[in-house]
Design a protein around this ligand. Structure first.
Ligand SMILES: [Zn+2]
Length: 481
């Protein structure tokens, strides 16, 4: 995230001539009004190449970039790094919306609440302290890459413990930073080419000595929240219909570099991302409400409405209750802007009203003891779980032809084989009825798939009734041959 400071910076002055050739000049896009203001302040160190009513393509020196990062009213860097002049100008063009329209339904009360009950604040605290202990995660420092590889190892250990073969991790190497990102993927069971993605940056920064950037709130807290979501859905053996990805990004603090490369690659490859939600700073409770949905123009208002509906549904009363409000975050304020920039529906729930967020970020004072409790992060973890489960759920549970598609059966060698089309629930028991409606067999099974031996029965029509643990009943007719 971003904050105000009034640090004194000594500038090297460059002339416009030869500007682009300067080692530390680069292209970016930023808020159109900010560009005009900064250009007036630093006419020799930045140039506006093109602009529209919202954003400007600019060429600027690293020094001015730092100045923008420190002074623009936004959480993140305040600009988006662009690899070339062409890309900076292209970014001003209106992007075509790429996200598939999500059916924003809320149907999984039982399972979601079971998951919320498993959120463990201690894990979140441990992860924040763990990430803080690198001392710095500034993108060019070796500790930053180490934190990414250690993050991958953490996820790999969770996957190994779960025994799952449909969950995997991968390192994503970048062009514009030596720091890699890391991604965990849960393969979707039915529509694996549709993605629901959440993420946060794992790098850190500071205005001063880059070796002292603990980044506890910004953004060890967000990564810790993501880790706890992953842990819970693995513990509950959740198999989504859509693929889920959780991303820990490199180099957000210098212009959303990691997420921009990934989101652009996804767009170029035509990847179908249904929705993206960012977790950047979840630790510090600075406002009257708990979670603030950011409403910047590039965010998806439909997605914000969905997150609000999820909180109305799951968090208005009881053990998991908390409150929410709305705020604006600013241009390029965190990695969700990279996804929005590529036409995907994206948004960002933030720890406080903008300006009331953690005052210590981007300083050596961004340490855990400043907020000293994982409880604020717990709320974001719960929101994330609610979102992941409802947005990536087996669609089958929310449609009318439930009994048609929820379970697949076939008969082979006089055994009735069944496979529930999702693992959100188990089949608790199966009852077999003859054509006269008499119950001829009942078995407790407690599994998502299995086979019932029916050798003792004559050939003919039968009815199988599957009672699910979530209360649903599915009835299927079959021929025993
Ligand atoms: Zn941040």
């Amino acid at each position: 995230m971003k904050k105000f400071t009034t640090g004194i910076v000594i500038f090297l002055l460059f002339t416009i001539v030869g500007f682009a050739q300067h080692d530390h000049a680069f292209y970016a896009t930023m808020d159109a009004n900010d560009a005009v203001s900064f250009n007036a302040l630093y006419p020799d160190e930045m140039r506006i190449i093109a602009s529209n009513d919202k954003q400007a393509a600019v060429l600027l020196t690293e020094e001015v970039a730092h100045k923008i990062h420190d002074n623009v009213k936004t959480h993140g860097p305040g600009y988006i790094f662009r690899a070339s002049e062409e890309k900076a100008i292209q970014a001003l063009e209106a992007v075509q919306r790429r996200s598939v329209q999500l059916e924003y339904t809320i149907t999984e009360d039982v399972f979601v609440n079971e998951c919320l009950n498993l959120v463990n604040p201690q894990n979140i605290e441990d992860d924040i302290l763990d990430l803080q202990s690198y001392g710095t995660r500034y993108h060019t420092k070796s500790q930053a890459a180490a934190a990414v590889y250690d993050q991958q190892a953490k996820w790999d250990a969770m996957i190994a413990a779960s025994g799952r073969t449909d969950v995997s991790t991968r390192i994503y190497n970048h062009v514009n930073t030596p720091m890699p990102s890391v991604i965990i993927t849960f393969d979707g069971a039915n529509t694996p080419d549709e993605f629901v993605i959440i993420g946060g940056h794992i790098d850190s920064t500071t205005f001063g000595d880059k070796n002292n950037a603990p980044g506890a709130d910004d953004n060890a807290s967000g990564i810790a929240s993501l880790n706890e979501m992953v842990r819970v859905i693995l513990e509950k053996d959740f198999v989504p219909n859509r693929s889920i990805e959780v991303m820990a990004y490199a180099a957000e603090e210098i212009g959303l570099v990691g997420s921009a490369e990934i989101a652009e690659a996804y767009a170029n490859n035509g990847v179908n991302v249904a929705a993206y939600v960012q977790f950047d700073m979840t630790g510090y409770n600075g406002s009257s409400s708990d979670i603030y949905l950011t409403t910047d123009w590039y965010n998806s208002s439909e997605l914000n409405d969905y997150l609000a509906a999820l909180m109305d549904h799951y968090n208005s009363t009881g053990t998991h209750s908390f409150t929410y409000g709305y705020t604006e975050c600013g241009y390029g304020c965190s990695d969700h802007a990279s996804w929005a920039d590529n036409g995907y529906d994206a948004t960002f729930p933030f720890e406080a009203r903008m300006g009331e967020d953690n005052p210590n970020i981007h300083t050596p004072g961004d340490v855990y003891t400043f907020f000293n409790t994982p409880e604020h992060s717990v709320k974001f973890t719960k929101l994330g779980l609610q979102f992941l489960i409802e947005a990536a759920k087996p669609q089958i549970l929310s449609v009318d032809d439930f009994s048609e598609n929820a379970i697949r059966i076939f008969v082979k060698d006089k055994a009735l084989n069944f496979r529930l089309n999702n693992t959100i629930s188990n089949v608790a028991n199966v009852s077999i009825y003859n054509i006269a409606g008499q119950n001829i067999l009942s078995e407790k099974v407690n599994t998502t798939n299995g086979a019932l031996q029916l050798q003792q029965f004559a050939q003919g029509f039968y009815i199988a009734k599957f009672n699910l643990e979530n209360g649903h009943t599915i009835t299927k007719k079959f021929i025993l041959n």
